[in-house]
Ligand binder design. Structure first.
Ligand code: DX5
Ligand code: ZN
Length: 235
């Protein structure tokens, strides 16, 4: 059964993105985080939905085998994700997040992901209106707000997406729902506090962690900075 992410008194969760880790030294990169990450973010790209190609279920399976207790947050940037969710569930994903733009049958797909034993997540690109996910919010455990156009690490944060997280938090409260709000792309020391104060629960960070000289120190600094958003924004 998939493991849940849990918010401890509003403390934001950190999800380092393995896309920015050295693919030939991924285990060393993960071990170097010394358990400081709340989950591992796995970016799956098919070269069609996004221009880039990354990895498939075999990486998820290998991560699950080597790290049985880690929460694997799998972000599917693929066309027709309904063709692949079984494989990723079987490989050991905990959260399986699909793009609203990539499937014609989102409602059915999210139900299927839950039936497979994973936490369903939905995500949307910066150019996609937040209203596109409202009809299925009761079906998901996580909404991922893309803060860059998906496909590559190391891009600049798009601040205009912050209004989406504020809207999501309002809808969540109004409808009595409990999904987590995650943000992905261009996050670092400069902007995590703002993201948290605008409602983000889970922060994905690739290059600001694994691109740092000391990834563990960078992750700890991000946590401190993110906590600043709790103090100054929501509480
Ligand atoms: C982008 C991916 C991100 C990426 C983030 O398409 O979904 O998860 O790894 O990388 P940074 O943090 O470098 O923007
Ligand atoms: Zn991602």
């Amino acid at each position: 059964m998939a493991r849940p992410l849990s918010l401890d008194r509003g403390r934001p969760l950190l999800a380092p993105s393995l896309l920015a880790a050295d693919p030939l030294a991924m285990a060393r990169s993960i071990d170097g985080l010394s358990g400081e990450a709340d989950c591992l973010h796995v970016d799956v790209m098919d070269g069609r939905y996004v221009p880039n190609i990354s990895y498939g279920p075999s990486l998820v399976r290998a991560l699950r085998k080597r790290y049985p207790d880690e929460i694997l947050d799998v972000h599917l940037m693929v066309e027709e994700p309904e063709r692949h969710v079984d494989d990723f569930a079987e490989a050991g994903a905990d959260y399986l997040t699909v793009h609203v733009e990539a499937t014609s049958h989102l409602h059915r797909l999210l139900t299927c992901v839950r039936d497979l034993g994973c936490h369903p997540g939905v995500t949307l690109n910066p150019g996609t209106p937040i209203e596109s996910v409202r009809p299925i919010l009761h079906l998901v455990d996580l909404v991922l707000v893309m803060s860059v156009n998906p496909g590559f690490g190391g891009q600049s944060f798009l601040p205009e997406v912050l209004s989406k997280t504020r809207t999501l938090c309002q809808w969540r409260a109004a409808d009595g729902l409990s999904f987590l709000v995650e943000m992905d792309g261009g996050l670092g020391l400069k902007n995590v506090a703002e993201a948290v104060s605008d409602g983000c629960d889970v922060l994905v960070a690739g290059s600001s962690v694994f691109g740092a000289a000391d990834p563990l120190a960078a992750l700890r600094q991000l946590r401190v900075a993110a906590l600043g958003g709790v103090l100054h924004g929501r509480a």
